[in-house]
Structures are given as structure tokens and as C-alpha cells.
Design a protein around this ligand. Structure first.
Ligand code: ATP
Ligand code: MG
Length: 176
């Protein structure tokens, strides 16, 4: 199964992002469907049952905190023709969480990407060029307090993401 670790924005944030996207870019060729909007933390790729069990055991032991995320900029990956929503200053807790997940994957014998992590929520694919800067600056905040391992499948030409594992991350107040 094809897998990745991600945060899923809460429904209010999904609705707000979707609305903001439609106002700024009404004519995108391949907008990501609202139910698929997510922040990838780490792409763990194709894994087997044993590796999934290993991830399950390792994720249960993780003690990383919930993270307050603020999405406040847009970007464009030229090579992949992807329009995205990102963060001007990704919090260090986010980078620490990704580092912890890389270590978990290594423990479970799962090969991982070497390229630099650019936290982003993909808004649209197959954009021939940057489809203009947004008229309305993005400002979306949410508390990322549940970590997911997602499975990605293509069914009838449509990409479906399904959670395989989840781990609640405690907020600052709960940790007191
Ligand atoms: P599609 O590839 O059909 O357009 P998708 O990219 O949403 O759909 P996947 O390719 O399964 O579906 O990817 C799932 C998530 O993992 C996405 O956020 C994608 O950007 C990310 N991802 C996929 N491949 C890699 C990779 N090699 N390195 C880093 N992230 C990746
Ligand atoms: Mg892909």
C-alpha cells in the first residue's frame, strides 16, 4: 500500500481554504478536491503489513506536541506544476515532528526522501504556470492535534486517501 504521514485540516479550515481558492482562482484545471486537502509530513511510500505494524507500534510511543499551524503564503512548484498553500515561517515543532517521523521510518526499514521538506497543502495540479497571485492574502490557522498515516489509492481514476493509523498529539495545555 502507498502511504504518507499527514495532517488533515479541520472541516472549517477545509471550507475556508476551498472558498478562498475558488474566489482567487476560479478556473483551475485540476483543483484538489476538498476532502483530499492535506499537509504531507512525510511520504513513506509503498509499505507491507510488517512495516505497517512497526509504524503502528512506533507511532503509539510518540510524544510530540500538537502544533499551531498558520498558512499564510502561496507557492508554485515549477517542475510538478503544483500550486500550493504554505507557511512563511514553519514552526520548529513541525520540523521536529518530521524529523521524528523520519527516524520512525528508518527504524521500520522504510526508505524516505532525501529532498528538503517544504511544508505545503497542494491546492491544484497541472497548472501550466503560476495562475496569478491571490487577490486575498491567505490566513488560515488550525491546531494540528492528530497525526495520520494515510493510504493513497486510485479508484476509477480518482485518488482516495484513507487513514490507516492515527495518533492524538497533546496540546500545550494538556501537557501541563
Ligand atoms: P496523484 O499522484 O495521482 O496526482 P497524489 O499525489 O495526491 O495524486 P500520491 O502520489 O499517492 O497522491 O501522494 C500522496 C501524498 O504524498 C501527496 O501529498 C504527494 O504530494 C506526496 N508525495 C507523493 N510522492 C512523493 C514523493 N516521492 N516525495 C514526497 N512526497 C510525495
Ligand atoms: Mg502524486
Amino acid at each position: 500500500m502507498r502511504t504518507f504521514f499527514a495532517f488533515i485540516p479541520p472541516p472549517e479550515a477545509v471550507l475556508a481554504i476551498d472558498k478562498w481558492r475558488a474566489i482567487n482562482w476560479p478556473l483551475l484545471e485540476r483543483p484538489v478536491s476538498p476532502e483530499n486537502l492535506h499537509l504531507t509530513l512525510l511520504f513513506s511510500g509503498d509499505i507491507n503489513r510488517k512495516q505497517l505494524q512497526c509504524l503502528h507500534d512506533a507511532v503509539r510511543k510518540m510524544a510530540e506536541p500538537a502544533i499551531d499551524l498558520e498558512f499564510n503564503c502561496t507557492g508554485f512548484f515549477n517542475k510538478a506544476d503544483i500550486l500550493w498553500l504554505g507557511m512563511q515561517n514553519p514552526p520548529i515543532q513541525l520540523i521536529a515532528l518530521v524529523t521524528a517521523l523520519k527516524s520512525v521510518c528508518r527504524q521500520c526499514d522504510i526508505g524516505i526522501e532525501k529532498r528538503e521538506y517544504v511544508p505545503h497543502i497542494t491546492l491544484a495540479r497541472r497548472c501550466a504556470q503560476l495562475p496569478g497571485l491571490p487577490l486575498i492574502e491567505p490566513a488560515f490557522r488550525f491546531l494540528a492535534d492528530c497525526l495520520y498515516l494515510m493510504c493513497s489509492e486510485k479508484i476509477g481514476g480518482k485518488v482516495i486517501y484513507r487513514p490507516l493509523l492515527s495518533r492524538r498529539l497533546m496540546s500545550h495545555d494538556e501537557r501541563q
